[in-house]
Design a protein around this ligand. Structure first.
Ligand code: NAD
Length: 451
């Protein structure tokens, strides 16, 4: 199949490269000239494991091309995917659909022959209807079907997720569009990936409902973690205890500093707005977002408590800045609220992240960036693990202690065992577990309401 991918970001580039790898003829379009030039030179504009090799292989094979000329790509395509950003709209939190609609107008102008326009961006219910209206108004002569095909990949594991999806959702009532989509995804359902055909609005809502549910699961266990800290229970054991129940499942039950990223916060917000517009408010999702917003900043209180309640002139070393490991994406990362809160308390912040420091520099001011975990920890009064990159899982604790001003570790991802860290002479705190020096029962510090 001949495919045009409009928007060559995290989703567009991964989807385009994977479709090319399936054997389709793919042209990725972006209006960001520097991105396209970099890709033509073989440089990846984003960090995603395995993506450089996949792009290179398919580029060399001639199945994957890059251009800034949307019209040229659309003219020959049987399917045009729109994978542009849908950020939160400033002011009201609705999804900003201006990029999607602008792309639809440009696509409309270039259409020739029957073409399937596929919305891969996460878009609110009714967006497909509007895209259809835009195209019909601009090109009453055009023969098109507008399909919703939301993407469920996770950054950091995007290629695997794309090639081995739990399901593919295709929202259309048009039999010709169904045939085109079936041909595009055929290599996947040969691998037995379920393909779910639904109405377009149902497909649009399915994506938001999935993200809202996952965000709810994370927030639920985060609140249970807070309760564990008050009562002297261990959230990891609780999570395992409930997760082994097949009705619940073990995934997305890791307590931490709150969810971030380019999707959950904005998608939960957009879903809340849609639900309010349709007078069917989603109170649970509203609570999830409110709880999560407060949580990120509250993590600074943990750091403060571990330092006796005072952050002024303390040096805090942060390991990990991106919203999760294996990405350079800083959008809505919990580190942003944490850094601000630490700085508001008078602390100096040092940081190291394996892939996200360039993006972090654009959103975080007054941070000293370091070239590794030990240089980051040097002279610090506390070390905070913010993102659970693999390389932070087996730090040399003796070496860390020797370079730090005080041996204090706050592990916001629960990747260490309290006993192991304490055995090296650290004061250690984590999320929803007993601090290393806490002993049995309610820790004195917490009983005093220290956090
Ligand atoms: N990032 C994820 O993990 C993820 C997962 C699932 C779904 N999504 C959804 O996919 C969509 C894209 O997300 P992303 O993270 O890839 O965004 P992104 O910001 O990384 O990429 C969007 C790209 O589109 C380009 N663009 C915008 N308008 C254009 C136009 N008219 N013509 C050509 N290019 C244009 C931008 O220059 C940019 O490179 C969003 O709706 C998002 O919610 C993202």
């Amino acid at each position: 199949m001949r495919v045009a991918m409009i928007g060559t970001g995290y989703v567009g580039l991964v989807s385009g490269a994977c479709f090319a790898d399936f054997g389709h003829d793919v042209i990725c379009v972006d209006k960001d000239r520097s991105k396209i030039e970099a890709l033509k030179r073989g440089e990846m504009p984003i960090y995603e494991p395995g993506l450089d090799a996949l792009v290179e292989l398919n580029f060399r094979a001639g199945r994957l091309r890059f251009t800034t000329e949307l019209a040229e790509a659309v003219r020959s395509a049987e399917a045009v995917f729109i994978a542009v950003g849908t950020p939160s709209r400033r002011g009201d939190g609705h999804a900003d659909l201006s990029y999607v609609y602008a792309a639809a107008r440009e696509v409309a102008a270039a259409l020739t022959g029957f073409t399937v326009i596929v919305t891969k961006s996460t878009v609110p219910v009714g967006t497909g209807d509007e895209v259809e209206r835009i195209v019909a108004a601009a090109r009453p002569d055009a023969d098109v079907a507008v399909v919703s095909n939301p993407e469920f990949l996770r950054e950091g594991a995007a290629i695997r997720d794309f090639k081995h999806p739990d399901r593919i959702v295709v929202g259309t009532d048009d039999p010709r569009a169904r045939d085109v989509m079936a041909a595009i995804y055929r290599p996947l359902y040969l691998n037995a990936a379920p393909i779910l055909y639904t109405g377009r609005r149902t497909a649009e809502l399915t994506k938001y409902a999935a993200n809202a549910f996952l965000a709810t699961k994370i927030t639920f266990i985060n609140e249970i973690a807070d309760l564990c800290e008050r009562i002297g229970a261990d959230v990891q054991e609780v999570a395992r205890g409930i997760g082994l129940d097949n009705r619940i499942g073990t995934k997305f039950l890791h307590a931490g500093p709150g969810f971030g990223g380019s999707c959950f916060p904005k998608d939960a917000q957009a879903l809340i707005k849609t639900a309010q517009d349709y007078a069917a408010p989603l109170r649970i999702v509203e609570s999830v977002l409110a709880v999560n917003d407060v949580r990120k900043r509250a993590m600074a209180r943990k750091v403060s408590a571990a330092l006796g309640g005072n952050l002024r002139n303390r040096t805090i070393a942060l390991l990990g800045l991106t919203f999760k490991p294996n990405t350079d994406d800083m959008r809505e990362a919990p580190s942003i609220a944490l850094v601000t809160a630490l700085q508001d308390g008078g602390a100096k912040v040092r940081a190291y992240d394996p892939a996200g420091m360039e993006q972090a520099k654009a959103v975080l001011g007054d941070v000293t960036y370091c070239d590794g975990p030990y240089t980051c920890a040097a002279g610090a009064d506390a070390l905070v693990i913010v993102t659970e990159w693999e390389q932070f899982r087996a730090l040399d604790l003796g070496r860390l202690k020797s370079v730090m001003a005080r041996p204090v570790m706050i592990d916001l991802r629960n990747i260490y065992r309290a006993e192991d860290v304490a055995a090296h002479g650290f004061t250690y705190d984590s999320v929803g577990r007993m601090p290393a020096d806490g002993g049995e029962g309610m820790p004195a510090r917490r009983a005093e309401g220290g956090r």
